[in-house]
Design a protein around this ligand. Structure first.
Ligand SMILES: NC(=O)c1ccc[n+]([C@@H]2O[C@H](COP(=O)([O-])OP(=O)(O)OC[C@H]3O[C@@H](n4cnc5c(N)ncnc54)[C@H](O)[C@@H]3O)[C@@H](O)[C@H]2O)c1
Length: 390
């Protein structure tokens, strides 16, 4: 029997997300033991590198990922650098034959996303996108109910997301505030929601129309502790209508300033209606919910409420389940839910279609932004389904 060795991981971008979710995988008290070994780290800031190498005795590299790929040849590159860095690093890893797990958004533009899909096609290696929201138990329940036909065929979805002021404002203080770095909230934030809608409906988005505005955050916003920098060029209120290939329509909105954080969702189908509310943070003074409730109201039948416990852990347990699925190869069913390069591309392209529609008032055809992607099928990577053997 072939001897297996633990996969060797390199991490690029040792910031907040890396410290919260990925670096703890390699600690002595890893929350998901047995993932493999950290063998290198990259960051363009010496202090960030020093913080990692003080804990892990691994070689450190700068912001150009190619020397790391050439010298260390990891099995998997985890990309947690800022959004605008993803495309170049993913393509470098894929052309070196290295598998990639990238943070969302996969890229900051649809053109980059199409290039990444093409690069994966040419490579023996594979890419998975950390669309961790798929793995929240609430979201898995919504997916299961829709797939089981609990409301018949979905016809319309209404997803209204909002952020608390502190969180919304943070996007205008950090690198996300520049559209060139993040694609705007419609890509860096809404890619989570567009991926959920695409996944729940089991369909590809075809056309998008919408509006974006800056209402809440500007250099003139009454100062709290820091002023919004003058170079912020992203919007904080979004509205989109997305038409799917199968005819379903999704109505989407995001506001970056609300008393509570999370979303309300209603999906109307041919045989009934599904409604839920996801609270990341309740309004001030309201106790956090202990359970989520998904209400299914069939046409001509009694409504039924599915109650799901709110789990602990980062992103309400979604991160641990995602790691299980994409890095620990837990169950084939979970692994098959992982977001592929094509899924990542469609989540980004809906955001870009919204930007374009808001700019010129047109209805934007999503596939025209993603040349060559619709016809693209790619087998899942070995490490996402069966584990990696040496
Ligand atoms: N899935 C989620 O729920 C979730 C949550 C938060 C952040 N994210 C994503 O994770 C990524 C990182 O976000 P963050 O909040 O940790 O940002 P951050 O700014 O805290 O960290 C980014 C790090 O990357 C480094 N960096 C910059 N250029 C680099 C380069 N060329 N090569 C390597 N490193 C480079 C920075 O010095 C910094 O240390 C982003 O893509 C973000 O969208 C995802």
């Amino acid at each position: 029997m072939a001897e297996t060795r633990p996969p060797r991981y390199a991490l690029s971008g040792a910031g907040k997300r890396a410290w919260k979710t990925y670096l703890p995988l390699f600690g002595p008290d890893a929350y998901a033991p047995g993932i493999g070994t950290l063998v290198a780290v990259a960051d363009d800031t010496p202090e960030q590198l020093a913080a990692v190498t003080a804990r892990w005795n691994v070689p450190a590299f700068g912001g150009d990922i190619r020397p790391l790929l050439d010298e260390v040849r990891p099995d998997v590159l985890i990309v947690t650098a800022p959004d605008h860095v993803h495309a170049e690093q993913i393509q470098a890893a894929l052309s070196a034959g290295v598998d990639v797990l990238t943070e969302k958004p996969m890229t900051v533009s649809a053109a980059q996303a199409a290039a990444v899909v093409a690069a994966e096609r040419r490579s023996p290696a594979s890419l998975r996108v950390a669309h961790n929201m798929r793995y929240l138990n609430l979201h898995q329940t919504v997916k299961r109910l829709l797939d089981q036909g609990a409301i018949g065929q979905p016809v319309q979805a209404h997803l209204a997301y909002r952020l608390r002021p502190g969180h919304g404002r943070s996007y205008f203080l950090r690198w996300h505030r520049r559209a060139a770095a993040s694609g705007g909230l419609q890509i860096t934030k809404s890619c989570h929601h567009f991926d959920l809608l695409n996944w729940w409906l089991g369909d590809r988005p075809q056309e998008v129309t919408g509006w974006t505005r800056r209402v809440h955050y500007s250099p003139d916003t009454p100062a709290e502790d820091r002023r919004i920098p003058a170079d912020a060029d992203i919007d904080d209120v979004l509205a989109a209508v997305i038409r799917y290939s199968g005819g379903a329509v999704a109505h989407y909105s995001l506001s970056a300033r609300s008393p509570w954080e999370g979303y309300t969702l209603t999906v109307l189908g041919t045989e009934g209606e599904l409604t839920t509310r996801y609270e990341v943070a309740p309004p001030d003074g309201t106790p956090p919910a202990e359970r989520y409730a998904v209400e299914v109201s069939p046409l001509g039948g009694a409504p039924h409420t599915h109650r799901i416990p709110v789990e602990s852990g980062t992103h309400s347990g979604a991160d641990a389940r995602m790691i299980d699925a994409v890095l620990r190869h837990a169950t084939p069913q979970r692994a098959s839910q992982a977001a592929t390069a094509v899924d990542g591309a469609y989540a980004v392209a809906v955001g870009e279609a919204l930007t374009r529609s808001a700019a010129d008032g047109t209805v934007v055809a999503v596939d025209e932004l993603l040349p060559g992607v619709r016809t693209c099928a790619h087998a899942g990577p070995a490490w996402a389904t069966t584990g990696k053997e040496s």
